[in-house]
Ligand binder design. Structure first.
Ligand code: 13P
Length: 287
């Protein structure tokens, strides 16, 4: 069943766990993600990123996502990740994504508000929730550069003026592998401050290689959704290293199960199963 992430993330926020966001880039990865959700019996967020459109375009992603999501034995959120173009995001809203991210974080604060507000209005009129970002999560965040951490006052103002459903914050993670190859230092103090005063669920991008201890702590302190991509793509890639296969199908099967296994690990790290200790679990499917 395909669901909205609205109540799911609100429950995660109040119970101190995170919902995994796993990017898919083809049918095999989408299947692996859904299989992990089914085996762990938890909802997940199945996400397609606009930057992958040359490998899997939005219509292919919608078809795969709707097919695997609606036939899954657990609730699945179909999410459009890092929508840089408002037109693509609106197309996604009109055609079946149940959640979208509009990413205008590289624009000025004021322009980010204008672009995000427009998408929020468009999405809400059509029953689709919207995620947005301030304090840009880069691809090679310098740990010493604390100017990139999300400012508390800016986050409050951004949410108030846009009415966005969830907010990506920057507390020290970055997309892809880390320059230093060690786990990053996360600013948990800033996270706790933001959790106290920002009235919507907080989202952490750049989950890969951020460290299990860090990620569990972030989930417990107020991160309601963690995005993971690079670790999963690398897990699939590693499978083929130094091995020979009898057929391409055998290789694809191993890639899929390596993705499923790592997803299952992250579901445990994020304590997503806490959902079923919550009284609100029955309403996760509703907007
Ligand atoms: P990683 O590739 O670092 O896991 O980040 C994924 C992400 O944030 C997608 O939005």
């Amino acid at each position: 069943m395909l669901i909205s992430s609205k109540n799911l993330l609100l429950t995660a926020r109040s119970e101190g766990f995170a919902v995994p966001h796993f990017n898919f880039w083809n049918d095999m990865s989408a299947r692996g993600h859904v299989a992990s959700a089914e085996s762990k019996k938890v909802p997940i967020i199945l996400a397609w990123a606009q930057k992958h459109e040359s490998d899997l375009n939005i219509n292919e992603a919608l078809n795969l996502g709707k097919f695997y999501g609606s036939s899954a034995k657990v609730p699945i959120v179909l999410h459009l990740d890092h929508g840089f173009s408002p037109d693509i995001v609106k197309y996604g809203i009109d055609n079946g994504f149940t959640s979208v991210m509009i990413d205008a974080s590289e624009e000025s604060f004021e322009k980010n508000i204008v672009i995000t507000k427009d998408i929020v209005e468009y999405g809400h009129q059509r029953g689709v929730v919207v995620e947005a970002e301030i304090g840009h999560v880069g691809t090679s965040l310098d740990e010493e550069d604390t100017s990139q951490y999300t400012e508390v006052e800016a986050a409050i103002e951004f949410v108030k003026r846009t009415n966005v459903d969830s907010l990506v914050i920057s507390i020290g993670t970055s997309h892809g592998v880390y320059k230093s190859k060690t786990t990053p230092h996360l600013n948990f103090e800033r996270l706790s401050e933001l959790r106290k005063v920002v009235p919507v669920p907080l989202v952490l991008h750049g989950g890969s290689s951020s460290g299990d201890v860090n990620l569990r702590k972030a989930a417990n302190l107020g991160i309601s959704k963690v995005n993971v991509y690079t670790d999963l793509a690398n897990a699939a890639l590693q499978v083929s290293m130094g091995k020979s296969y009898r057929s391409i199908l055998e290789l694809l099967e191993e890639e899929e199960s390596s993705i499923q296994k790592l997803d299952e690990h992250y579901i445990e790290v994020f304590e997503t199963q806490k959902l079923y200790e919550s009284e609100e679990q029955t309403s996760v499917g509703a907007l």
